[in-house]
Write a protein that binds this ligand. Sequence first.
Ligand code: ITT
Length: 196
Amino acid sequence: MKRLIFATGNQDKLREIREIMAGLDYEILSMKEAGVEVDIEENGTTFRENALLKARAVHQLCHELVLADDSGLEVDYMDRQPGVFSHRFGGEDTPYSIKNQMIIDRLEGVPDEQRTARFVCAIAAVFPDGTELVKEAAMEGRIGYREAGEHGFGYDPIFYLPEFHCTSAELSPEDKNAVSHRGKALRLMRKELEQK
Ligand code: ITT
């Protein structure tokens, strides 16, 4: 079986990635499983740039097929913040219950139609020969009024999906992957890998 290395340190992402890529003719290794250790500075200004930075940094060390995910939440009322700062917003080690409450508080008194938000995901691939490819996708929703749901991770408990009448943390993992930014972007990438 062919193999690829996923350049992420986020275990929740990796779980979703493995679910979405199940059945693909590639063994998916974490950086740890591949024996690669690198501290990557995510100083790009877009999801695309950061995803490429991560994939390139690991590719330089192993020269294998490397994929990376850069993703985040854009809240329209907050001028699309936290965006690429989603992980760092409110402090890297701050629990998400607090980060989520910070966003709810910023939107206090803001009506439904101005609470629009989206999750964005860029998946970058660097192939063994150095060729690069990026696929991007988004999931549209709104910021809720309180946390709800135990599934997912990060900002999922405040990300309300009007068409499902619940947050992305209330969806089953299968349902979230079917409509999520990560699910959509990874399925586009998967198609490319299947043609290789
Ligand atoms: P790696 O860089 O190691 O992959 P990270 O967590 O730092 O891990 P990012 O820089 O891409 O990853 O930050 C993404 C953040 O955006 C993530 O930590 C969550 O806060 C948020 N996020 C992304 N996708 C999400 C999802 O599906 N559900 C909830 N929050 C999400």
